[in-house]
Design a binder for this molecule. Structure first.
Ligand SMILES: [Zn+2]
Length: 227
């Protein structure tokens, strides 16, 4: 009898590499050096927190150079943040550069959004990208979930799911199952903990959830042969 191969856990967005049994996307911000020899799938982008106006041109050129690499499966994390120090107009300009590159090179985008979901939707409607946008660290309400899922957005859920009384614990059930992803972002939390909590909240056995998230990940990032 041939045993079915074990389906890996997926970590859609992390700032570190992954343990055995986990496949994920390792994120590099503009102030980190992209490790060309590393084998993990990767994303690279200009994060709103770290924008330095004198470096924008250089960072965008660096991003362009990396876009031909097979393991660079997404642009990001990038986006908008109303509570960070970087001027919002500057953030929008930098985000716009990255959106146009994502459209040109047909890459999904990993989005950082703090109190700017409406602006993100406006940008999406303006550019109508062919590839999905993933809202990372999502903790939104039901109405936002509906608006975003009418468009090709994915929802990547992380540590907020484990905290008491967060919005996302109430609203996870409204996220379409084929748009759901999990992540650990910059925490040391094992991604398996997110799976366990989501499995409880959604009342879906963990093996079923693993299959669903694996398929979502492959579809979202157009990855054909995940091992
Ligand atoms: Zn992050």
């Amino acid at each position: 009898m041939i045993e079915e191969p074990e389906i890996p856990f997926i970590n859609a967005h992390a700032h570190h590499s992954f343990p055995e049994g986990v496949i994920g996307i390792r994120n590099y911000a503009q102030n980190e050096s992209f490790q060309a020899m590393d084998k993990d799938l990767a994303s690279y982008g200009l994060h709103p927190w770290f924008i330095r106006e004198s470096k924008i041109e250089e960072n965008i050129q660096k991003l362009k150079q990396l876009l031909d690499q097979d393991r660079l499966v997404a642009i990001g994390e990038c986006g908008l943040d109303k509570i960070c120090k970087t001027n919002l107009i500057v953030q929008q300009v930098v985000f716009g550069h990255q959106i146009r590159l994502a459209v040109e090179y047909s890459k999904p985008m990993l989005i950082h959004s703090v109190r700017t979901n409406n602006m993100i939707i406006q940008a999406y409607d303006k550019y109508r990208p062919a590839k999905p946008w993933i809202l990372h660290g999502f903790n939104g309400n039901r109405q936002q979930i509906e608006e975003l899922s009418e468009r090709n957005f994915y929802f990547s859920l992380g540590g907020m799911l484990l905290k008491d009384k967060t919005k996302i614990r109430e609203t996870i059930c409204f996220i379409p199952s084929d748009r759901l992803l999990f992540e650990t972002d910059n925490s040391n939390l094992p991604v398996t903990e997110i799976y366990k909590t989501a499995s409880d909240l959604l009342n879906i056995p963990i093996n079923e959830l693993k299959k669903q998230i694996f398929n979502n990940f492959a579809t979202c990032f157009s990855i054909d042969n995940l091992k």
